[in-house]
Design a protein around this ligand. Structure first.
Ligand code: AMP
Ligand code: GLY
Length: 423
């Protein structure tokens, strides 16, 4: 079959790499893709949110499956757009309906969902401009630190952890006055969870589910997890503390009620659920839901998946995921992300990337890259993700770090301590 994959980051490069290995995939198209995705299929110059161009392309190229990488098309309702169009309704979209995408698109919605279905999460309250005074009073009584979250999508910047009441009150007022645009018209004030984070990934067909390998994401720019937050500087899978006992709690207390809750609420959901969890003294709490895979977690999760991903997607579309067996590698995957100088602030672009072709021990997934006159140039903050598999975490990290160091572009930076906190 012909498959259209939407997106252009490291996550989508990894999807493209994996989908292209499937004998079920005849032709793969990536819209818009990057300099690396072209080795696995054909890049198409269409934005992942341009539904009308996507429609034309799907019809002209006999596409029989659409795989959605990022959240934006999902939150904008690409699933419903296909379902409502008689020419497109037979083409499955891997990703939730717009209602399901609210789990990521609105923190207030996801908190209410968790409360309704008794899913463990931080205690919270929601405020708008009209309830600013109540919000300020609520903060007066709230223990510190306290977490403020913009309700809507804010490009990963909408979460603030405040150490003093004064700071929190000032931030609440600024957020409700448009600090993050419309995204912070509503603000969720949340209890701070003290623990260690991990990312759990579930693929569901709306009835049953499969748990994919879990991963840990390294979010800070600096080694030792210091400095500014980024989109993610590396990842590890599996996560040693996510042992059978812990994952059993995750499945029973979180995954089952989540999938069941979607069904009870009659929310159409055929796609990935990314559960950001905090391990608080051995008990899992949900920090957030995302309605897509994580980036850079995908880069270490999919290389451990030995099953055919397209076969899994077909089973999701036909609601027979229960019949398919998931094959997971016992190896550890480590991903190191190479970023541009200045990232996560203003960064340089257009730098020539060299030596990728000589990397043998790792797989190099492109993220912010572009092809110019046959040369790979940097075109984003996160430029490449280098993934190695090893028999131990130490082997995997060592290989990925060594290979990251072999790739060069002006001002390139990466963290060489991915996974060290877990060793
Ligand atoms: P989010 O955008 O919801 O993923 O939040 C961004 C980051 O803020 C998370 O990955 C956590 O590191 C942190 N965070 C969010 N909520 C909490 C919380 N309730 N307690 C502690 N840290 C949190
Ligand atoms: N790595 C975190 C995310 O994809 O949101």
């Amino acid at each position: 079959m012909n498959i259209l994959l939407l997106g252009s980051g490291g996550r989508e490069s990894t999807f493209a790499w994996k989908i292209s290995k499937s004998p079920l995939c005849k032709q793969l198209f990536i819209a818009p893709g990057n300099a690396g995705t072209g080795q696995y299929g054909t890049n198409v110059d269409i934005k992942a949110t341009d539904f009308s161009k996507i429609k034309d392309f799907v019809l002209e190229n006999s596409i029989s499956m659409v795989v959605v990488g990022p959240e934006e098309p999902l939150v904008k309702g690409i699933f419903d757009f296909f379902a409502a169009d008689s020419a497109l309704s037979a083409v499955p979209v891997i990703g939730p309906s717009q209602a399901g995408a609210e789990l990521e698109g609105s923190k207030n919605f996801s908190k209410a969902f968790m409360r309704r279905h008794l899913i463990p999460t931080a205690a919270s309250a929601t405020f708008t401009k009209h309830s600013l005074q109540e919000g300020l009073a609520y903060l007066e009584e709230h223990p510190l630190p306290v977490v403020l979250k913009a309700d809507g999508l804010a490009a990963g910047k909408g979460v603030l952890i405040c150490q003093t009441t004064e700071e929190a009150q000032k931030e609440l007022e600024e957020m409700l006055n448009g600090k993050f645009g419309d995204a912070s018209n509503t603000v969720v004030i949340e209890e701070f969870l003290d623990g260690i984070e991990l990312s759990v990934f579930v693929l569901t067909d709306g009835v049953s589910y499969k748990i994919l390998p879990e991963a840990k994401d390294y979010k800070r720019i600096g080694e030792g997890d210091t400095g500014l937050n980024t989109g993610g500087m590396g990842s590890i899978s599996p996560v040693p503390f996510a042992d059978a006992e812990f994952m059993k709690k995750v499945e029973e207390n979180i995954i089952k009620p989540t999938v069941h809750g979607l069904k009870v609420d009659q929310i159409h959901y055929k796609g990935f659920i990314f559960i950001g969890l905090m391990n608080v003294k051995g008990e899992p709490y949900v920090i957030e839901y995302n309605v897509r895979m994580g980036d850079p977690e995908t880069e270490s999760v999919l290389p451990r998946l030995d099953s055919d991903l397209v076969e899994l997607f077909q089973a999701v579309a036909e609601q027979r995921l229960d019949d398919v067996e998931l094959k997971i590698s016992n190896k550890t995957a480590a991903t190191v992300v190479l970023v541009s100088s200045g990232y996560p602030g203003n960064y340089l672009k257009g730098k020539t990337v060299s030596n990728i072709e000589h990397i043998k021990g790792s797989t190099v997934f492109h993220a912010g890259t572009i092809l110019e006159e046959g040369q790979v140039k940097t075109d984003g903050g996160r430029v490449l993700a280098v993934t190695a598999l090893g028999d131990t975490m130490f082997d995997a990290v060592q290989q990925a770090v060594a290979d990251a160091g072999r790739i060069y572009f002006d001002g390139r930076y990466f963290r060489s301590d991915i996974g060290f906190d877990l060793l």
